[in-house]
Design a protein around this ligand. Structure first.
Ligand code: ZN
Length: 344
């Protein structure tokens, strides 16, 4: 399996995030992707290739143009406003909640509040370059699959599935999997996205909610107790032309493989019924039993079982890297899915 990777992700290196009411050490760090890349080479999974450069057109098919310009300029505008006294990270402190106006061309504070939904997703000096390169990585991997590769892995960082058309959050800025799915649809393909990250892919769901072109299926921790809290419930089934093309399978706390496998079987059945000619997997590994921020109970061996089950779909498959924060196990868990899928 070909892996696509860009070292530009190293430019996005958060030191801390603001969650649970205070600053905590960042978990979405460069070492995540570096460890996975090293393990892919050790296990001889296949070549690790640089992306080619794509223009902004595929990004603008899923993201708002003003949002893209905001992300590109946000850190410079923050620095102009505050100099270095606010530190290196642009983080909002006020939001246009109910009854307030949304000021998308206002001060940097109002734009930050308008374009994000949490405080866990800092914009650093190199964030835009990293996120923009991740879009090239996922598009290059999509192009490989479109050109006849049976599978490919986009080692994208920062991740993407929480970002919608005009909102960033959950460590995500551009929605990598959505950009690839829309690009494939625009080439005449019929894509299905299966999101196995611990967290609901609220951004991906929002982008395709009205669409019958792209199926979105997500298995995740129930938002009744887990981030992103405000989306990902079972009654969200799509709208308009997209009615029925969205399936959420929320899981109870501490679900282990048996319960997980039932949901994965349901998800695979729905994907098969949709009749896709390409499958995109939002591959988050934060379902792991010792993930520092999550509460499901999959083991390292379970990721092999996951890869074997995904293979039964028998479709060209694009794996897109999302979450997973246990640095000791992340590379093994990721490559277990990919190797089992390749049946090696
Ligand atoms: Zn996650």
């Amino acid at each position: 399996m070909k892996t696509f990777y860009s070292p530009d992700h190293l430019r996005h290196a958060p030191r801390e995030e603001f969650t649970a009411g205070h600053a905590t050490p960042a978990v979405e760090v460069p070492e995540r992707a570096e460890r996975v890349r090293a393990r892919i080479i050790e296990r001889k999974l296949g070549p690790v290739l640089p992306p080619r450069a794509f223009d902004d057109a595929p990004l603008l098919r899923v993201h708002n143009g003003a949002f893209i310009r905001f992300l590109d300029r946000a850190h410079a505008d923050w620095t102009t406003r505050y100099g270095t006294r606010a530190g290196d990270a642009a983080v909002p402190s006020v939001w246009p909640a109910r009854g307030l106006r949304t000021m998308r061309d206002g001060d940097i504070e109002s734009r930050l509040g308008s374009y994000t939904f949490d405080t866990a997703t800092p914009i650093l000096k190199g964030t835009w370059q990293a996120a923009r390169s991740a879009a090239n990585v996922v598009l290059s991997a999509a192009e490989a699959v479109k050109s006849g590769e049976a599978s490919a892995f986009a080692l994208t960082r920062p991740p993407g599935h929480h970002a919608s058309a005009d909102l960033y959050g959950g460590y995500c800025y551009l929605n990598n999997v959505a950009i690839a799915a829309q690009w494939l649809a625009d080439q005449g393909a019929r894509p299905a996205i299966l999101d196995v990250d611990y967290h609901h892919g609220n951004g991906t769901q929002a982008i395709f909610y009205d669409s019958s072109e792209v199926l979105f299926v997500s298995i995740h921790a129930d938002p009744a107790y887990a981030y992103p809290h405000f989306l990902g419930f079972a009654d969200e089934r799509g709208a308009g032309a997209g009615e029925g093309a969205n399936l959420n399978l929320p899981l109870a706390r501490k679900t282990a493989w048996d319960g997980y496998a039932d949901a994965l079987h349901t998800a695979i059945t729905r994907v098969r019924d949709f009749g896709p000619d390409v499958v995109l997997i939002s591959l988050g590994l934060d379902t792991y039993e010792r993930d520092p921020i999550c509460r499901l109970k999959l083991t390292t061996g379970d990721y092999k079982r996951m890869g074997t089950m995904l293979k039964t779909l028998g479709k060209p498959t694009l794996f897109v890297f999302e979450g997973g924060y246990n640095l000791e196990a992340l590379a093994e868990n990721t490559t277990n899915v990919l190797e089992a899928f390749e049946d090696r």
